[in-house]
Design a protein around this ligand. Structure first.
Ligand SMILES: Nc1ncnc2c1ncn2[C@@H]1O[C@H](COP(=O)(O)OP(=O)(O)OP(=O)(O)O)[C@@H](O)[C@H]1O
Length: 774
């Protein structure tokens, strides 16, 4: 059985990856950003000579898009990635730029994944598999691993095992042993590891053998000609390579035998092509395959969406592909996505969709996936209660111990008295231990219940998002209006499915799952509430038993030695309570950190939405050629200033903040740097560029398709007239407060700096004058 899990590696080595934002301190990865590369394949012979996209440089792709208005004007859009490979890039360049470092990381004991994404015929198989004379990433990576093995010290044992499977129509097949039929995907009992039962694992150490195995596997892969690609791979192919190194045991200073084991895994995936049924003219079986491919890619897209949007809950369970990729997208795994696009204008729509996907994937960082648990102070207060309960218990025992013995006990024989005392002492100790156990149990149950509450809240937010979008209550309409996920992809529906733009479909699937999960969560909540009630009852009974035993204590103490013995026992109890106190303090700190992290995530989400609102409102202003009131101009100037200050802070934090992340955080109007660096024809067209009317504001960056970046747009339930928030409700002194932060002087001086920059900011000054005149 093959396991795909996070945290399966042990390493003390540090990353050699220089291509992405992996932050590594003392061997512990703190932040990992998914690296996104784009490869543009050359125009095929049968494609017309017109291109709709090209690589501007090794980081930027320019797409000639069409305006959505009726005139269909050409609008250049630019997309930035970690690395871009142009049409003339070689297999070696792509390997070196994306995977070579991952192979090295795997040798250092890390897990890594590289996956090829893109429309059918865009060049994924060419990149991943290649040909025998010009091999792709899979062979090159394995070759590098074997070469590195030859350089290892003699005392290191080194094994490489590989497995190769495909997911076709949601069935897993072993490509190294295709006759074994469909294989099952199983979660282990704790739901952490995903296992493919019965998958062949071949141990190998020669490139030739690997080539043969891969060749055999590729021949077994499901491929069929389609209208879009003569050799179209109709399945996702997943090659997994596990590298295990162990040094021969050596004796350490304490004469103990020690050996270090390092294990890393590299996943190399050639995804099936994303496609539209209409475009590929597929029918019958091909159409059904397409529906399955779309389903798993849609699930992958949903995960990418959720992760890039900072979601706390990401649903990986929609497809086998996402279940297997869970670790790669969010776990302890370095991941590279190579998005493939065709430059042909006939494939513009597919290319655009791929570029948008890649753009979203660029925002994924593992930090988001950390299980952020919001723990209320109520929970923390419980620790304090428990500890104070324990301390009261101990002081009560101490007082009892000091009480004088009643006279009549003297009459007993010394031996009997000793035995009585011993048995009472044992009973008190075990009752104390039992109380501790029950209190801990209660705490764990509470903690789990809290986690369930948070999970329920997440599902509720998905449902309410759907409700506001569809303007109806989900619970009431779910039977009649919501299709089951399994039937969403029926062949006859697929014909019109636009994979990336059908947000309704995505939403319906998401809400259906949210509802199912919510039902399960509620059931779990009830179960845990019952368990909690039972534990509380047990604790109460235990407390009563302890109290009865304590009452007997004064009559059983016969000597000072016994008193001392009991004092020692109490000391042990006290230490137990102190230990618990320390644990609770540590937890309090952890919880506080998590709470703040959660708040940051929420604020970040709100900020993204605010940026979006500003951008849209500005577009309305620009399209309507509205002059800007001076006070709003001042606010914009302050906003601009704030953003620039934040950018400065970001960059001065050096390695703490990734440059790409901070670029991604720039709000739409703060694109000064990127604009100044671009030449005129590369600037993104704004709605005002084709007229003499000049916008009063600095140019805005054309947002990528809003629906794709932000997830489905929430439609207002109110009339458009009431669209804007009640600005007038902001008290005047709020405005004054803002002015105090950035005084008129500072705004003026900033204007001066901007104006001296010329061009763009000159427009800012002119409209300011116009504003004053009006
Ligand atoms: N960078 C490239 N250089 C030369 N030829 C290429 C390149 N990329 C793709 N091709 C050629 O284009 C054709 C389609 O490529 P390929 O089969 O790799 O696409 P794909 O994305 O894997 O498609 P599908 O999803 O349908 O399997 C093949 O004939 C391939 O050799």
């Amino acid at each position: 059985m093959t396991q795909y899990s996070s945290g399966g590696s042990s390493s003390s080595g540090s990353s050699t990856t220089g291509q992405s934002d992996f932050k590594n301190r003392g061997g512990r990865v703190l932040e990992e950003k998914l690296m996104v590369a784009v490869r543009i394949r050359p125009l095929a012979l049968n494609e017309s000579g017109t291109r709709s996209l090209h690589a501007v440089n090794d980081k930027m792709v320019m797409l000639e898009d069409q305006d959505s208005d009726k005139q269909k004007r050409a609008v250049p859009r630019q997309y930035l990635y970690d690395i871009v490979f142009g049409e003339d890039s070689t297999q070696e360049q792509v390997y070196e730029g994306t995977t070579k470092n991952l192979a090295q990381d795997v040798l250092n004991g890390y897990n890594a994944t590289v996956f090829a994404y893109g429309a059918t015929g865009a060049g994924k198989t060419h990149t991943m598999v290649g040909t025998s004379s010009n091999p792709g990433i899979m062979v090159r990576a394995l070759n590098d691993i074997f070469l590195a093995a030859q350089k290892l010290p003699d005392n290191t044992e080194f094994t490489v095992t590989m497995s190769y499977m495909e997911i076709y129509n949601e069935n897993i097949r072993d490509l190294l042993n295709p006759s074994s039929g469909y294989l099952d995907l199983r979660d282990d009992t704790r739901g952490r590891n995903v296992q493919v039962s019965g998958l062949t694992e071949v141990s190998t150490n020669s490139t030739e053998e690997v080539m043969q195995l891969l060749h055999r596997g590729n021949k077994a892969r499901t491929m069929e000609p389609t209208a879009a690609n003569k050799t179209s791979s109709r399945s996702h192919a997943l090659l997994s390579v596990t590298v295990r190194q162990s040094s021969r045991p050596i004796q350490d200073g304490d004469q103990r035998l020690r050996n270090r084991v390092k294990q890393g895994r590299l996943f190399m995936i050639d995804l099936a092509g994303s496609e539209r049924a209409k475009q590929t003219k597929n029918k019958g079986k091909r159409l059904q395959e397409g529906a399955h491919i779309n389903r798993s890619l849609l699930a992958l897209g949903n995960c990418i969406n959720a992760l890039s949007g900072g979601a706390r809950y990401v649903n990986y369970r929609d497809s086998k592909l996402t279940r297997l990729l869970k670790d790669a997208l969010s776990g302890n795994c370095r991941t590279v996505m190579i998005a493939h696009v065709s430059p042909a204008s006939t494939h513009r729509d597919e290319s655009k969709n791929t570029l948008i996907y890649a753009d979203r994937a660029n925002k994924i960082s593992n930090k988001v996936e950390r299980n952020v648990l919001d723990v209320s102070y109520l929970h923390v207060a419980q620790y304090r209660d428990i500890i104070s309960d324990l301390k009261t218990e101990i002081s009560r025992l101490r007082n009892k111990m000091k009480e004088d013995r009643p006279k009549r006990v003297e009459e007993k024989e010394p031996d009997t008295r000793d035995n009585d005392f011993r048995s009472l002492r044992e009973k008190i100790v075990s009752a104390f231990k039992e109380q501790m156990r029950l209190r801990r149990k209660l705490m764990e149950l509470d903690s789990h219940l809290l986690g369930l509450n948070i999970a329920a809240e997440q599902q509720h937010s998905i449902i309410s998002h759907w409700e506001s979008r569809n303007n109806r209550v989900y619970g009431k309409s779910r039977d009649s209006n919501t299709r089951r996920p399994d039937t969403d992809y029926q062949v006859d529906e697929v014909d019109d499915v636009d994979l990336l733009e059908d947000t309704d479909l995505e939403d319906d699937v998401a809400v259906q799952q949210a509802w199912t999960e919510l039902t399960e969560i509620t059931r779990e909540q009830e179960r845990y509430a019952e368990m909690r009630a039972a534990a509380e009852k047990e604790l109460e009974a235990c407390r009563k038993r302890s109290a009865a035993l304590e009452d007997e204590l004064p009559s059983r103490i016969n000597s000072d030695e016994e008193r001392e013995l009991l004092a020692l026992m109490l000391r042990v109890h006290e230490l137990e309570a102190d230990k618990m106190m320390l644990q609770s303090e540590r937890l309090v700190k952890q919880h506080e950190l998590r709470r703040r992290e959660l708040l940051l995530l929420r604020y970040d989400r709100q900020r993204q939405i605010s940026d979006e609102i500003i951008t849209r409102q500005r577009r309305i202003m620009e399209d309507g050629r509205l002059a800007l009131p001076p006070d709003l101009q001042n606010l914009y100037a302050m906003y601009q200033q704030e953003i620039q200050a934040a950018t400065y802070v970001d960059s001065s934090l050096g390695d703490l903040v990734s440059p790409t992340t901070s670029f991604g955080k720039l709000p739409p109007i703060s694109s000064r740097l990127s604009y100044d660096n671009l030449n005129n024809d590369m600037r993104i067209a704004s709605s005002s560029t084709d007229s003499d009317w000049e916008s009063p504001l600095p140019p805005i960056q054309e947002p990528p398709d809003v629906e794709h970046v932000m997830g489905p747009v929430v439609q207002p339930l109110i009339s458009p007239a009431a669209l804007f928030p009640p600005i007038s409700a902001v008290p005047r002194n709020h405005d004054k407060k803002l002015r105090r932060v950035a005084s008129d002087d500072s705004i003026d001086s900033m204007r001066f700096v901007h104006n001296s920059g010329g061009g763009r900011f000159a427009a800012f000054r002119r409209i300011d004058d116009r504003g004053k005149a009006s």
